[in-house]
Ligand binder design. Structure first.
Ligand code: SF4
Length: 380
């Protein structure tokens, strides 16, 4: 098992996770030239000194540092010589700071980085949204060392197995993300990637304090709790399904999380076991981030229930994931299949009571979006 763990730039985190099979940490400065995969307002402030120091602490524990330059869009700046010079200098600076590799989502950035640094490690981000074998092949041919699959593929074992075999031929790895809570086949994901990239770029949108696409997916969860089971997270107990098909590189998300939270998650995946509410080790933005954002504008009443969801990790049937080896969710309607509904009834409790399906459904209140911007007050 090799864990690739999000860092919050707390140096103590590194010491605490170093006893587990953590091979890499990853992260970036807060607002960056290109933008990246997490909105800057949810991240700690990281200046050059802090970055350099954190990388050197990681190296002292023999943990490598991957820099997330995984914007989903450069907004045409590829045409701008001035920007390209700045980008070249930025990459030089990061490599001089000790960065061991980059996580990128754009082919342009793979070519750009590799032109000057042919041997630097490159991982292709989940923001490249890789969901089929030809895309895996294309990125391997571009020279990627690691391909991070779109979470949507996490239960498509045929694709994952074929991808792992292919990657091996290129002496490369397939990596899967363990603990994100994007909806299965989320219709909001592409725009969320774009919005996040804007919100983390130096020249992006300013003063925003909540990523509005999360309101959309939180509403989907609020309307149907079985959506939590449909999400493509991986339970610590189920890592062996991936190892059996040649994937042993697991990414743990949580760049915005506190040290204790990250340590708890690393421990759970390292020990392949978590007893308690599965949501405690998942990003679960639909619950925590959404309710606190909506509380701030006094609009949380319909969403408070998301904080009362308990997914009892001990109640999953031992081979529950085997179902996905034979069922192709890509071509099957969830309403007809209902497997996730059945699992939801077994494992989910709301406010201590057995799962029940809500009757009343809501639409996301898009009129709230302009209220997620501050006008002079502190953003954090
Ligand atoms: S098709 Fe069935 S198993 Fe797949 S996500 Fe939908 S309900 Fe779950």
């Amino acid at each position: 098992m090799r864990l690739v763990v999000a860092t919050n730039f707390d140096n103590d985190l590194i010491e605490k996770i170093s006893k587990y099979p953590v091979k890499y940490i990853y992260g970036s400065q807060t607002e960056t030239l290109t933008g990246h995969g997490r909105a800057s307002f949810i991240l700690p402030k990281v200046n050059d000194e802090k970055l350099k120091e954190h990388i050197s602490v990681a190296h002292s524990y023999k943990i490598k540092f991957l820099y997330t330059m995984n914007t989903a869009n450069l907004h045409g700046k590829e045409y701008d010589e001035h920007f390209l010079n700045k980008l070249k200098n930025e990459i030089e600076k990061l490599i001089n700071f000790g960065v061991d590799g980059f996580i990128v989502a754009l082919p342009f950035l793979i070519y750009f980085i590799r032109k000057e640094h042919p041997d630097i490690e490159v991982s292709v981000s989940s923001f490249a949204r890789i969901t089929n074998i030809r895309k895996v092949e294309e990125y391997l041919q571009m020279g990627a060392n690691t391909v991070i699959m779109d979470e949507d593929t996490n239960r498509n074992f045929t694709l994952l197995e074929a991808s792992a075999k292919l990657a091996k031929k290129y002496n490369a790895d397939i990596e899967v993300i363990t603990n994100n809570t994007c909806l299965w086949s989320c219709p909001y994901k592409l725009i969320h990637d774009q919005v996040t990239s804007y919100l983390s770029a130096k020249d992006g949108v300013k003063n925003v304090w909540f990523e509005y696409p999360v309101l959309f997916c939180a509403t989907e969860v609020r309307n149907d709790f079985a959506n939590i089971i449909r999400m493509r997270w991986i339970r610590p107990e189920d890592l062996h399904y991936y190892e059996e098909i040649g994937i042993d590189r697991f990414k743990i998300a949580g760049r915005n999380k506190k040290t204790d939270w990250l340590v708890n998650v690393v421990k759970a995946y390292s020990e392949r076991e978590y007893k308690g509410n599965l949501l405690d080790i998942l990003s679960y933005v639909q619950g925590r981030a959404t309710t606190s954002a909506l509380r701030r504008i006094n609009e949380s009443s319909n969403y408070e229930i998301l904080m009362k969801v308990y997914v009892d990790n001990a109640q999953f049937p031992p081979n529950w994931l085997s179902y996905f080896k034979y069922n192709r969710c890509e071509e099957r309607s969830c309403e007809e299949c209902r497997y996730c509904d059945i699992i939801a009834e077994k494992v989910i409790k709301i406010d201590g009571k057995p799962f029940f399906q809500q009757q009343e459904k809501f639409k996301p209140q898009i009129e709230l979006i302009p209220r997620f911007v501050s006008h002079g007050e502190d953003n954090r």
